[in-house]
Design a protein around this ligand. Sequence first.
Ligand code: C2E
Ligand code: CA
Ligand code: CA
Ligand code: CA
Length: 283
Amino acid sequence: SKLSRKNAALLYQPQWQDEHRKKLEMIQSLRSAIDRNELFLAYQPKYDLASLAINGVEALARWQSKEFGWVSPAVFIPLAEENGLIDDLGLFVLKQACKDCKHWLEKGYDIPVSVNLSAAQLSSGMLPEHVFGILAASGLSPQYLELEITESMLMQDQQAIDSQIETLNEKGISFAIDDFGTGYSNLHYLSRFKAATLKIDQSFVRQLDESADNYSLKNYSLVKGIVVLAKTLGLTTVAEGVEDKNTLNTLRAINCDSAQGYFLSKPVTLEDFYVALQNQDSE
Ligand code: C2E
Ligand code: CA
Ligand code: CA
Ligand code: CA
């Protein structure tokens, strides 16, 4: 019968072929995800460590797929990057984040939005034009937009990337170096920015407890060192991945500027972000 032939064919297929087919189907599905309203944004607040007030928020892409269910950005972002979909996806994220930010500013919440960039979004040379277009369309002032980039994007040291960053920076858009400390150790690129934020990678922030084992002590020294270095260079620091109160207190003690993490807030829906803003208003 047709069914048993199909089963036999499946049995003969090596594992990698199944996975390959699934991947192809996922790419196909991702291609139409924006049009089908399957992509949306989650928002993770950033907190000022002195006052514990919300002082920023990071937009994080989410994909609720009809075929595949909830797919992690750790899966679909690389997939989009490898298959020429990241430009469209990146523009969708920028548009939505700027629109949402404009909306909360109008409600009286003076909070900038941070958007993650992929290296590929800098390769066409069109990023400044796209960003300025999106800002104009949404009516958002450039100082309310921060772009998160990684060290490796800066280390490519291409004239084209430099000039785009400079163009954006000159118009008032700020930059954060994401996953700081996990890339290259050449810090020369930091001088290219008028103002920038270092987002200290979660791997250093976890188990920061000063009094604990050798590993934690090393992390403590590293984070403290990064904060001092940043202060010297006139940069601000955000610690990522704060998961407990001890870590939060340690970060406050070493004068890190801001923090983000599950202990403070997980990424939430736009609706719940408004709830968080309202709650701190009424405190
Ligand atoms: P990222 O930019 O480093 O974002 C931080 C990730 O850590 C997020 O994962 C966030 O949910 C998670 N996180 C935050 N606090 C904690 C914590 O306390 N503990 C732990 N264990 N995790 C925490 P998410 O949302 O799964 O995103 C993963 C990565 O996907 C992001 O890492 C970013 O590189 C990429 N990504 C997400 N959205 C976009 C986007 O719109 N564009 C681009 N280019 N990349 C994106
Ligand atoms: Ca980020
Ligand atoms: Ca990060
Ligand atoms: Ca990351």
